[in-house]
Design a protein around this ligand. Structure first.
Ligand code: GDP
Length: 444
């Protein structure tokens, strides 16, 4: 599927990773090529734009980890942005509702809707051991009803007996009722498709939706139609409220744009992808794996991830050692606060420090949100190196200057100093093996 895009991207990024140093110009040049490759793959312009903006701003601001090259860092940034664009987590079909759970299948004729209905039914019954009932609501095409019945036999899933002359809504109601009486877990409703999006099609699907209140409304879209698939999804979602998307024909040699734009444009997750005509050709959509397939650089990505983890763990350990020896100064606190900000607050960093678990709740109560952390770093930044190493020398006049320099109040400076003293004291005590006074030292 993503072969041609994958070739291009790995070419562009591969040449970056082979270089020792990178200038902003190198990054910009590479991003221009990335942009071209994405547009050629038929990814929506607005998506390409926001993607390259994200990568550029992160790459320019990124702190390069010592053990990896700047190019490898850029690969990781591109990879992460790609995963975000694709939707981060894999989202499967949600069956978390009282039985029978309704799944409404919508989409254009020829998109692969009926085949996909049978594929999903097979998966739910074989793998998840659910009792599934399928019903075709395509009253205009008896052949479509027959097709579903044939597929049902093939995959071993029951289909609702065909009754001539019923409307789509009548069939849907009958299916829900039959499922209730028959003890089925899931009802799959295969609505009629049209060649293009039209009002009659939408109105009928909306009526069925209102009558049956399905838990999932899955749009089936043909990935080979590229941006048209995305526009179709937008139209269906606007009118019906789609809960997820199934992209079919991902086995074809399409350019891949639909898969890449779908999430960003519609905000709806791609839940499954069709990869062939056979009834077992259905796969879950894992954004991380897909990004790896597109970039073909899984090794570099995990290398950078590992390096980042080790660096953070090493830093935390170094600080923890100093804390224990009672040599924890304001420079260390500053570094600690910086890490907190990066990792996302107190919890992340405390989790890395050995033996600090019990202090967690108290420190969290101290209201250390990002704004507070930034303010505290600003206070430390306004001190001289000597003051940071030995805050005891701070006089009232200096505190006033520091408060002014950091845009805070003397009260804030005092609070920070108190917090530092308490942390240092607790650590010293723990270092000596006296854990008893820990609560008292921090309690207010
Ligand atoms: P519907 O009109 O939307 O119900 O479409 P169908 O389910 O009848 O599918 C139309 C054609 O597309 C059939 O020949 C299917 O076998 C084929 N098809 C469906 N999904 C896939 C897929 O993921 N890959 C490939 N290669 N063919 C598919």
């Amino acid at each position: 599927m993503f072969e041609s895009l994958s070739d291009k991207l790995s070419g562009i990024l591969g040449s970056l990773t082979r270089r020792g140093a990178l200038t902003e110009n190198d990054v910009n040049e590479a991003l221009r090529e990335v942009r071209r490759a994405l547009l050629e793959a038929d990814v929506a312009l607005e998506v390409v734009r926001s993607f390259t903006d994200t990568v550029r701003s992160r790459a320019v601001g990124a702190e390069v980890i010592k053990s990896v090259s700047p190019g490898q860092m850029v690969v990781k940034i591109v990879h992460d942005a790609l995963v975000e664009m694709l939707g981060k987590e894999a989202e499967g079909i949600d069956l978390n509702a009282p039985a029978p759970v309704g799944i409404l299948m919508v989409g254009l004729q020829g998109s692969g809707k009926t085949t996909t209905t049978a594929k999903i039914a097979r998966r739910l019954s074989d793998r998840m051991k659910r009792r599934v009932l399928m019903a075709s609501l395509d009253t205009r095409r008896p052949a479509a009803m027959e097709q579903l019945a044939v597929l049902g036999k093939q995959v071993g899933v029951d289909t609702l007996p065909i009754v001539a002359g019923q409307s789509a809504v009548q069939i849907a109601r009958r299916a829900m009722e039959a499922a209730r009486l028959g003890g089925y877990d899931v009802v799959m409703l295969d609505t009629a498709g049209r060649v293009t999006v039209d009002e009659a099609l939408m109105a009928e699907a909306a009526e069925v939706r209102a009558a049956t209140a399905p838990h999932e409304v899955l749009l089936v879209a043909d990935s080979l139609t590229g941006q048209d698939a995305v526009n179709t999804a937008k139209a269906f979602d606007g009118r019906l409220g789609v809960t997820g998307i199934v992209l079919t024909r991902m086995d074809g040699d399409g350019r891949g744009g639909a898969a890449l734009s779908m999430r960003a444009v519609t905000g709806k997750p791609i839940k499954l992808v069709g990869t062939g005509e056979k009834v077992d050709a259905l796969e879950e959509f894992h954004p991380g794996r897909v990004a790896n397939r597109i970039l073909g650089m899984g090794d570099i990505v995990s290398l950078v991830e590992k390096a980042a983890e080790t660096i953070d763990a090493e830093k935390a350990k170094r600080i923890a050692d100093k804390m224990r020896k009672g040599a924890f100064d304001l420079d260390d606190l500053r570094e600690q606060l910086g890490q907190m900000e990066k990792i996302g607050g107190m919890k992340g960093v405390l989790g890395m420090l050995p033996g600090i678990g019990k202090m967690k709740a108290q420190l969290e109560n101290a209201n250390l949100d990002d704004k507070v952390i930034r303010r505290q770093r600003a206070i430390i930044d306004s001190m001289t190196p000597k003051e940071r190493r030995n805050p005891d020398i701070l006089k009232a006049s200096r505190k006033k200057r520091i408060a002014a320099g950091s845009g805070t109040k003397v009260e804030d400076v005092n609070k920070l100093l108190k917090m530092h003293r308490q942390m240092a004291d607790v650590m010293k005590m723990m270092g000596k093996g006296g854990r008893g006074g820990m609560g008292g030292a921090l309690g207010k």
